[in-house]
Structure formats: C-alpha cells, structure tokens
Design a protein around this ligand. Structure first.
Ligand code: SF4
Ligand code: F3S
Length: 106
C-alpha cells in the first residue's frame, strides 16, 4: 500500500483524494491517511501531492517508518474523504517545514 508521511501535516492539499480510484483516504484535522487494505497500489496519488508526502510503503524513508503504522491505525478511526477540499489556510507556510510530527492532531 501507499503511505502518507509527515509532509502532509498542516497542509492537507487533498489533490491525492481527487485522483484515487478507490476512495481510500481518511481525514483528520490536519493530516490525511491511506487505508492499507483498500489501496490498490495504482500510484496515481504520489505525483500529485504538492508536499511529496506519499510513498509506496517499500520506499518510505527510514525517518518516517512510523507513518505506515499511523496510516493503518488512523484510517480505522477517521472518516472517509472522497472529494477534494481546499487546502488548510497555513498549507503554503508549512509545505517545506521539517519535523512536523509533534503537530499531528490525532
Ligand atoms: Fe489511491 Fe492509488 Fe494512491 Fe492507493 S496508490 S491511495 S489506490 S491513488
Ligand atoms: Fe496531504 Fe499531499 Fe494529499 S499534502 S492531503 S498527501 S495531496
């Protein structure tokens, strides 16, 4: 499955949602996750994310390995999102910021 990693936090552009053929994105307050059992590995979402937050799980950078577990866990707790929304108001400011893990609202 594909995994949403840290760069999405406080951005949530949702371009990924618009291209996903199986609607397997789930929405939190400032982050989105992919349900690992629903993702069909089509790869459509990876290139459209403005923050480059999305990776195939086999290519997830070591520093973001935790996000595989977070996607699996939070996709069971958060509501499905099937349509693109406006990005968060602070998205452009936080797009290139590092170390956003502490800002994740769960
Ligand atoms: Fe959806 Fe395809 Fe991305 Fe999986 S890889 S989340 S199926 S767009
Ligand atoms: Fe997040 Fe990128 Fe989607 S910022 S909401 S993973 S387009």
């Amino acid at each position: 499955a594909y995994v949403v990693a840290e760069p999405c936090i406080k951005c949530k552009y949702t371009d990924c949602v618009e291209v996903c053929p199986v609607n397997c994105f789930y929405e939190g307050a400032n982050f989105l996750v992919i349900h690992p059992d629903e993702c069909i590995d089509c790869g459509a979402c990876e290139p459209v994310c403005p923050t480059k937050a999305i990776y195939p799980e086999t290519e997830l950078p070591d520093k973001w390995k935790e996000y595989k577990t977070l996607n699996a866990k939070l996709s069971l707790e958060w509501p499905n999102l099937a349509e693109k929304l406006a990005e968060l108001p602070e998205a452009d400011e936080f797009k290139d910021k590092k170390d956003k893990r502490g800002m994740l609202e769960m």
